[in-house]
Design a protein around this ligand. Sequence first.
Ligand code: BGC
Length: 751
Amino acid sequence: MTDHPDLQGLPLERKAALLSGQDFWSTPPVEEVGLPSVVLTDGPHGVRRQEGDLGTLGITRNLPATCFPPAVAVGNSWDPSVAERTGAAIGREARALGVHVVLGPGVNIKRSPLGGRNFEYYSEDPLLSGVLGAAHVRGQQAQGAGASVKHFAANNQETERMRISAEVDERTLREIYLPAFERVVTEAAPATVMCAYNKVNGVYASQNRWLLTEVLREQWGFAGVVVSDWGAVDDRAAALAAGLDLQMPGDSGAGNRRVVEAVRAGELDPALVDTSAARVAALARYAGEPADGFDADAHHALARELAAQCAVLLRNERGTLPLAPGTRVAVVGEFARTPRFQGGGSSNVNATRVEAALDAVRALAGGDVPFAAGFPVDGPGPEDRDAAALRDEAVALARAAEVAVVFVGLGDAEESEGFDRTTIDLPAPQVEVVRAVAAAAPRTVVVLSHGGVVSLEGWHDDVDAVLDGALLGQAGGGALADLLYGVANPSGRLAETVPVRPADSPSSLSFPGEQGRVVYGEGVLVGYRGLLTQGRPARYPFGHGLSYTTFATSDLRVEVTGDDTASVSVTVANTGDRAGAHVVQVYVSTAAGPVRRPLRELRAFTKVALGPGESRQVTLDLGRRAFAYWDVVESGWVVAPGEYAVQVCADAETVLLEQTVALAGDDLVPVLTMDSSVAEWFTHPAAGPALAEALTASLPADAASPGDQAMVLQMIGSMPMRRFATDFGAALPADLLDRLVAETAAARTAH
Ligand code: BGC
């Protein structure tokens, strides 16, 4: 990028001033060139426009805005239009509230079910996270509000988040932790990317040149602003050199003075200041005039409609749901009256209103709906007697009802930005109420509200139905009632595995790390990838979700469309008697290539809405990346020649249809060096035969039989050729080896 025309001629100090905030939430104006100040604020599932200038301390004093379903719920929608419409509505509210860049979406991978901020992220899968994140950004920016995809990168825990080093090998970064960012950047061009607090392989993300410049800008072509997470800058000059443009919040100019000094001392290239200042100045294109308010009623209605598309029906025995109007229902659980609908921390929105499920159920029930709180929220009450009394009251109501609907979940104190969880269990008093109610009521439905995954063990089999709302935003109560009564049909699918035990999660042995480091030892085997590969069943697998109607999937046809691409078509039919939506999930499974592959990986998906009896053929393309792995030797994506099973699944554990195709893949001639192993030399397609011929020719006629030779070769196969040739391989002339090294290298260059 060249010097921004507006900034030309400004003194160094004035340009450097643009490199940090003037306060907690805005960039400084540069009056002499007519540059306005730009306001950046949270995000991601609603606008959090803080009143006054109290920084972090003012976190709870925010202007009212619509609290849309947080990312945990949008992840479960598996529907980019839900993300896009959320982004668009947030964009409209931002314009009305004088905000130019809204800090979201968060696309970090849920590495562990214990992650304290999992409610703010979409999924354990990078494809799902990336597709939804890109849709959110598109929606928001189309309304004129810039986005900030965050937290780049490997910010997968809250414990020690400001100094922990995430130790992740490159294949794992490329295949799991970076692709969602890559998709958002390459498909949706967000105004900004927010760097994470943590270190990545020993270097703060804020001063990690590989991440911020080589990968983000040079490889993905990012042209916007890299902004620090709030307080993530350690060494301002090093951060600028690494590619961090804007430091937030402002530190009263200390960082900028350091930059100026470093330039004056010849330690920092002044062009870096020009480039970053120009990028920050270019954010002014979002600083239009504020819009005239927003339609709070319409946005609340939208929040309700979207929330209904995010809830997941986990279990529905004996057709317990939907409830028929007129059913004698008892509602139990404080969360029905006092909804838990968003997570704590910087994303906490001051909702314009909050709809309680209890009121919405009463409105739809067509009769009296008795209610009992059932348990104290946020842990046991002051006395055990309280919990027991509350439970007894709930049981009495349940006994008199036809169906008891129990709202349980996690309270605000149990999860938030800033700390990780130590358990996935529901608080014990809630489990006791569920079990007691289930024993008393003819039918029991459990409704879950939580940001991170909760365990269903100890009570799951006692209840007839489980409706998982996760966190549904301010209109979630209405959406839950719509789903319970069949006004809406559940269509969500789990974006995160519900494990039997948290210890089953592949990251459990090394989460959240120790002594400053967290080693991502499970590599690419994160979430369902690891559970499936290890043959560990989940309580509910990634991708699971039921509907009030039924679907049939048939006629799978996979067509190879190139050396490394394919097209998948399948017919989906709604075989039930009400309208609903089905998620077609396409996974790829292969053992091709030299690296360990997860048992299967999600590679394409689409949500299809169908009326009763309706059917439709859907076609999904599988591009090169659907088959590729990151090859650390090649330093790039490789599609190995071989067989690939394309599987249409009901969820990550359940294959419905499968077809195997052979792909030509990449024609990579391995390069040989003297450090390549004897086996690599002898099996090399070009060099191997020449070598074998030379060896045989040099051996006396009564030398070992071919069988013995093969055995010897197996024994010494892993020996580097350098050692074999010097110590044992006088039979292999040095000039032949030199020639073959040169030839394989030349063949590779010509490729
Ligand atoms: C969070 C960011 C947030 C920022 C500003 C940080 O603590 O990690 O996600 O955007 O604060 O509130």
